[in-house]
Design a protein around this ligand. Structure first.
Ligand code: PNS
Length: 157
């Protein structure tokens, strides 16, 4: 069984995340979307809400499951028999940090990281930017699923 993970904060999931999740799900038998629980971070959506928004927007992928994790990603991978981490790269600016993380994760555990270039449509997109636009009443409909747009409108209004 080839099992991979797409980890992230997903606060909230964007169309950029969904592009990577959809394409990665075609490469593996099972793709886990790992939602980070980090008590020291201020999220707009709690972990249950982030998971629910991801579930609603990935329902069409039969081999995708959504789970939360805390602590080290590599420990979660080891406990769940996952040996590949899939990360989207939007631009060269993502690369430095992602390279460091992938090397650290490999050194810690041997888990591999696969970098997948994002669709250029989403190369400028981030959850933070979407939240900022939504906060000031801008149109985020091209960037997130309808359920996320509604959830942000409810939360930030
Ligand atoms: O969506 P994000 O916030 O950019 O995702 C970052 C994430 C969750 C992939 C990264 O912070 C992570 O793996 N955190 C878990 C803690 C961990 O393993 N840290 C060591 C990385 S070398």
């Amino acid at each position: 069984m080839r099992r991979a993970i797409c980890p992230g904060s997903f606060d909230p999931v964007t169309n950029g995340h969904l592009d990577i999740i959809g394409r990665a799900s075609a490469l593996y038998d099972e793709l886990v979307v790992g939602v980070l629980i980090n008590a020291s971070k201020n999220y707009v959506f709690d972990v249950a809400e982030r998971i629910e928004l991801l579930r609603a927007s990935t329902a069409k992928y039969e081999n995708v499951t959504i789970h939360s994790f805390d602590g080290l990603l590599v420990d979660y991978c080891r406990s769940n028999d996952i040996n590949v981490i899939v990360k989207g790269l939007r631009a060269v600016s993502d690369f430095d940090y992602e390279l460091q993380m992938s090397q650290m994760n490999h050194g810690l555990s041997g888990v591999e990281t696969l970098f997948m270039p994002t669709n250029p449509l989403y190369s400028f997109l981030s959850s933070s930017m979407v939240k900022e636009i939504a906060r000031y009443g801008g149109d985020i409909s091209p960037h997130v699923p309808a359920s996320v747009r509604q959830a942000l409108a409810d939360r930030l209004s």
